[in-house]
Design a protein. Sequence first.
Length: 610
Amino acid sequence: MDLHFGDSKPTDEERAAVDALLGPPESSWEGAARDEMRTDDLRWARGGRAARDRRDLLLPGLHAINDRIGWISEGALDYLCRRLTVPPAEAYGVATFYAMFSVRPRPATVLHLCTDLACAAAGAEELCAGVEARLGPGSGVRVERSPCLGLCERAPAALAIRAGDPVRTAVAAPATVDTAVRTATAPGSAPEEPPAVLAVPQAGDPSLLLLGRVGAVDPASLDDYRAHGGYGALRRAFELGPAGVIREVTDSGLVGRGGAAFPTGRKWQATASQPDHPHYLVCNADESEPGTFKDRVIMEGDPYALVEAMTIAAYAVGAHQGYLYLRGEYPRAIHRMEHAIGQARARGLLGEDVLGQGFAFDIEIRRGAGAYICGEETALFNSIEGYRGEPRSKPPFPVEKGLFGRPTAENNVETLVNVVPILTMGAAAYAAIGTPKSTGPKLYCVSGSVDRPGVYELPFGATLGELLTLAGVRDGLRAVLLGGAAGGFVRADELDVPLTFEGTREAGTTLGSGVVMAFDGTVPLPRLLLRIAEFFRDESCGQCVPCRVGTVRQQEALHRIADRTGAAAADDIALLREVGRAMRDASICGLGQTAWNAVESAIDRLGAYE
């Protein structure tokens, strides 16, 4: 593609897609028809600060084109760049960064077939082969093998996206060849998605704090949410004041649930104390770790809880604008959150005067487009701002210079929804749950070789064995992967590991975001490790050499020894250790730093190649 403004013209549909987002162009400089009667149209163009302030609309603009047409042509990209005053070379770099976009022609319908860990163990390879045999070149459907779709409790999974106005989506999970093909070719006949409660095997348990409303409350009804205690926490927040809310969160011992376990109260206090304004709140709902789906279940089953929690967090840190960065592979969650935000806004729970307290706050949803790295907070900021989702070097930290260079508090969905029970029951009662160092409840995404996969809520301190007993672990358990692709394996005889941050560290593994994937002897471990390596190679942003080169070398070595053991694999295992150390020590962000973890634990704890 030619990377400067050229002669390519957008089609009427492409122009309409962009104009629906940005409004009609005001001058020929933005792509409008030239008006010879307007001398100012010929002599000047707008730019500078006004143009830079619109750069963050690049990602929504790319979505608008991709949704309407199915791919992004040179003419469409050129028109979007003119509207936003963005250099085409930069926009091309952004468009090609995300897996869900295409800059080459493709059919209007794309069928994504998940090939990641849970789906691979559930027969994804056979599903892909069967679907590809049925949907050949003349079917009008593009079949793409996809990383985790976040439907691990219903593996194997398929997601069909049909471009148009409006774009249409359909899910088949668990998918068969017939249901996947029907989903792609006749979305109206696709199987209905089951209610969110089916992803919560503990539904109805009165002790649940975070999942108690899932299945018991109509997720579309604000009145139903309020009838079940909704917005009581926000009212108490206004009684306490911002400093009081931060004190409660600090005293509760709440730490980030995304894996880093940083104290939430300290993050909020650091953001609130910054003299630079405005402050921003960002909710990270881009859970792309293979095996993770808890945030999806919350957003689908209890969306108003997240809206309320974000409002409380914004009040505490002094933010008047919040962004919910939601993965593009979650169409149902996007629909539920859009509805909840709209209803909250209409009822005075978002907007210029929240609950009549004189506090202004609103939430804007930004869709991701298929990039695991955007789960890293600074990569997420770059993505929202309209740049490639590459991590930034730290310091400065986000609490000082985050989104748009301003102080920003960033938390994931699970972390934020914990704030609601903290304010409802009080910090002391919340801190009494779990252990002294890991307080409160924790959500676990259990999948793989279990009879009852889904999201489980247990207090910190429960053992891995207790969790797997609840999920109905099957006979012949060989290994359990904790923390997803970036985590580590434990053996079947190590199920007494306490599920706390400190307990898993002492056991030489990690709790991560709460992924628990069980594998029995039918799952070929070398092939599983190769899939993990392929995942990291595909998802590396390529910014730093240790990760860009190391993930490739790791995959190559694992591919060479996929069917070898013992002395035949020794040289490549030594190479893997050297590459793994380099990635861990020198990579810019957590992706490269953790890309070797699961492979290392499989070699050392499971004897994968002995």
